[in-house]
Structures are given as C-alpha cells and as structure tokens.
Ligand binder design. Structure first.
Ligand code: ADP
Ligand code: PHD
Length: 417
C-alpha cells in the first residue's frame, strides 16, 4: 500500500485540488491512503478563532465567516450549487458553532484541539467530494476512529498498540482512502492533535501500521533542499538522504519533514519520498536506508525567534546535576522546547522555542531561585557537514551570541538586525 500526504499548500485553492485529482489519476488510485492537512493557512486561522474565543468573543462571528467564505469560495469553482458537499460542510460549521456555544471548559489546550480539527475535517470532505465528482471513487474516513492517543492535548502521544490494531483491521487496503492528518482522539472520544505540522507524522503512523511500501509527501518545492529556500538564495536538491541524516535534520528544525515522522519509517525501512506537486514527473528526494547524503554538501537549518536564556545560581555555586535537573523539570512543565544547551561551571545557557507562550511563567518561577537573563528574538542556525566557508557565511549575518560545535554539526545563535 502507498501512503500519500498532501499538506496545506497542496490544497490551498481550487486549482490545487484539481491538481491532486490529476496526480492520483497518474499515480494510481488503488491500494492508496491519502492523508490531507487543512487548506492553506487554515490551521493558523483556526488558532486565531481559539484566541478570539477567549479574548475578544465579539469578533468571533467575523473570524468564523472568513473561514467559511474561504472554503466556500473554493467550493464554488469545484461544485454545482446543489451538490451534497454544501450540506456536509454546513453540518461541520454547525458542529463547530455548537461546540463554541456549549463549551464551558477553560482548559485552553483541550478547547484548541476541539476547534482546530475542523480545518482537516473540512479539507478532506471537500477533496473527497471533488474526487467522487470527477469519477475517482474513494473512501473518506474520520481518522479519530483510527489513531488513538493519550489526553495530552496539542501534543498527544500515540497509543501504538491500539492504533495498530484498529488500522490493520479497519483500513480497506484495496481502496483509495482519504483521511485527515494531524488530528486523532483519546479514549473518551475527544479530539486530540499530534503537534503543529503533524500530518506528516499521521502518514508515518499509517505507513508503519500497514507495512506500506512507501510514503510520499507532496510539496511545493522539488524535494528536500539543503536549506530553506525562503531564507537562503542558492539551494540544492538533496536526492538521497539516509534515515539517520534526515532524523538529524528534522531534529535540528528542518521544517520540511516533521521530526516524529521518520522513526516509525526507519524501523520498518519504509522509504519516504518528498516530491513536487507542481512537477510530479520529477523523482524529488528519497529518504531511505543507504547513502547518508547525495550530493554530500553542507545543509543549513534555521530556527527563528528563539529565546536565549542564561541561568546561574544566586550564590555563585556551580551549576551541577541537582539544579540542572530541577531546571529541566521546569522546562518540561512549561512545555519549552530546548534546541541548544551549553553549560560552564557557573552558568547554564539554553536556546528555547516559546511554542506555547509559557516563557514568562517559567521565568517568574525560576527567578526566585536563580539569576536568570534572557534575550528574545534570536535565531538559531545549524549547519550539518559544515566547513570554514559556510560558518563564515552565517556568522556575518549578525552578532554571534553562542556557538557549539560537534564533528558534523555547528550551531550558532545569532542576533540579527
Ligand atoms: N530544507 C528544505 N527543503 C525544502 N523546503 C523547505 C526546506 N526548509 C523549509 N522549506 C520550506 O517548506 C515549504 C513546504 O513546507 P510547508 O509549507 O510546511 O508545506 P505543507 O504545509 O504543504 O506540507 C517549502 O515551500 C519551503 O519554503
Ligand atoms: N494543518 C496542521 C497540520 C499539518 O501538518 O499541516 P501542513 O501539512 O500544512 O504543514 C498544521 O498546519 O499544523
């Protein structure tokens, strides 16, 4: 069985959806499972709905209208006025409205997941209906009945045993299956999510459980490049990457592949292909067992808008196991994602992502016990397979605040203007 994943960019408008139908017709529609993300930037729009719900509820109808209009504009091009999809989509907006009106929970992350899931539910319904309309038979299903997780809303952990059982028993391998990325459900049937950009991971979960022959992620770029083309001018396509190398790149923040996606694939040696939906004839990138990197060139990864924190003890004592373990417990409690660590005898430096806006609370708790300084808005550059020239190229971009070098990797924290 083949697993395809189409991300937001590949379902961002009516033309993109027509393109998916063309790709499926060329690639074949049997023994295939297609995982689809929310359209375009709709997950961001739903995040805005969540914030508005809590802070400026008078603006909520307006935000919801914008989302509805976006989807209906796309539908206008793809369907006739009386097509059933309009009822399906209205029911979904009705369910969302019902939740917003009835919810009494103040648990932000729980509420977030119950709202955010509509992006994927809408996109998959629309793509599935369009495929059916154009004669491509398909089987839409609600992934929340297949992927089961714990109740760690917004970053749920998969219950592999249960999920594996359900998927192997329930997925009809003969058909073209269409389902949602990123969302799942816990054992009380509440919606959970796998972390932002988690649809790649969904594809990996299905591939693992179904022993798929391959996973293909369709992108608006040729494949995995040696640097983010939005940040670097000259980029080169990587034709082959080993699992180990791809895991390293994803870990350091190469956003083109979600970091959790690769391990399940590596375990079963399922190749991951990253191909262009704009140029589907090209081979793109293959991540598989084998050669580390082809071509073997330096690769650049940048994580923007990080916080560089420096912590030392108030009494100038050494930063050792007991206070470091305490700090890590707090980082975990406040869901701060650590991207770089460096310690000296009396101070401990960290570069973190303030993913869930919990840095202030972390800071306030720690400042009672430690001297803690921080700098917002720094960028973390990682160069895999670096050389002198590439390090010089990066460091000339701004003031270098911290550097860490290992055999294959250099990481540099920069304050850019
Ligand atoms: N190393 C890289 N190789 C290719 N694309 C990259 C890389 N790093 C960042 N990108 C960016 O990732 C984008 C595709 O990812 P994304 O927008 O998340 O796609 P989707 O949401 O459709 O899955 C590309 O348009 C490109 O700008
Ligand atoms: N829609 C979700 C999940 C996802 O993976 O999206 P994309 O494939 O567009 O990155 C998000 O934006 O986080």
């Amino acid at each position: 069985m083949k697993i395809f994943k189409f991300g937001g960019a590949s379902v961002k408008d009516a033309e993109s959806i027509k393109n998916i139908a063309r790709i499926l017709q060329v690639e074949g529609t049997e023994n295939t499972l297609v995982v689809i993300s929310a359209m375009g930037k709709m997950t961001n729009a739903f995040e805005d709905v969540v914030d508005t719900y809590y802070t400026k509820s008078e603006e909520l109808p307006n935000k919801l209208n914008l989302i509805e209009e976006y989807h209906k504009n796309i539908m206008k091009t793809l369907f006739e006025k009386n097509d059933e999809i309009y009822t399906t989509v209205d029911i979904l907006f009705g369910e969302l409205g019902w939740f917003l009106a009835r919810n009494t929970s103040q648990r932000y992350n729980y509420v977030y997941d119950q709202i955010i899931c509509f992006g994927e539910l809408l996109s998959t319904r629309i793509v599935s209906a369009y495929l059916s309309k154009t004669g491509v038979q398909n089987n839409w299903f609600d992934v929340r009945n297949y992927i089961k997780t714990d109740s760690n809303y917004r970053d749920a952990k998969v219950n592999w045993e249960l999920t594996g059982d359900i998927i192997t028993n329930k997925v009809d391998k003969q058909k073209l299956n269409i389902t949602q990325g990123f969302i799942a459900a816990n054992d009380t049937e509440n919606t959970t999510t796998l972390g932002r950009e988690g649809s790649d991971y969904t594809a990996g979960i299905f591939a693992y459980c179904l022993d798929a022959e391959s996973v293909t992620i369709w992108k608006d770029v040729e494949g995995v490049l040696n640097a983010d083309p939005r940040v670097f001018e000259n980029t080169t396509l990587l034709e082959q990457i080993s699992y180990e190398e791809a895991i390293e790149m994803a870990f350091y923040g190469a956003s083109v592949i979600h970091p959790k996606t690769l391990q399940p694939l590596q375990k079963k040696e399922i190749p991951l292909l990253v191909r262009s939906f704009l140029n589907p004839k090209e081979a793109g990138t293959k991540v598989s067992k084998g050669t580390m990197l082809v071509p073997n060139i330096p690769c650049f990864i940048v994580k923007k808008d990080q916080i560089l924190i420096s912590i030392s003890a108030l009494d100038f004592s050494f930063m050792v196991e007991n206070n470091i373990s305490y700090i890590f417990q707090k980082l975990h409690d406040y869901q701060l994602k650590v991207n770089l660590i460096q310690n000296s005898a009396i101070s401990f430096s960290l570069c973190v992502d303030n993913k869930f806006n919990k840095f202030d609370a972390f800071y306030n708790e720690l400042k009672a016990q430690f001297k803690i300084e921080f700098q917002n808005g720094v960028n973390l550059y990682t160069i895999r397979h670096f050389n002198k020239k590439t390090v010089a190229e990066i460091t000339k971009k701004g003031a270098s605040l911290l550097r860490q070098t290992s055999r294959e990797t250099v990481q540099i924290v920069l304050k850019e203007n």
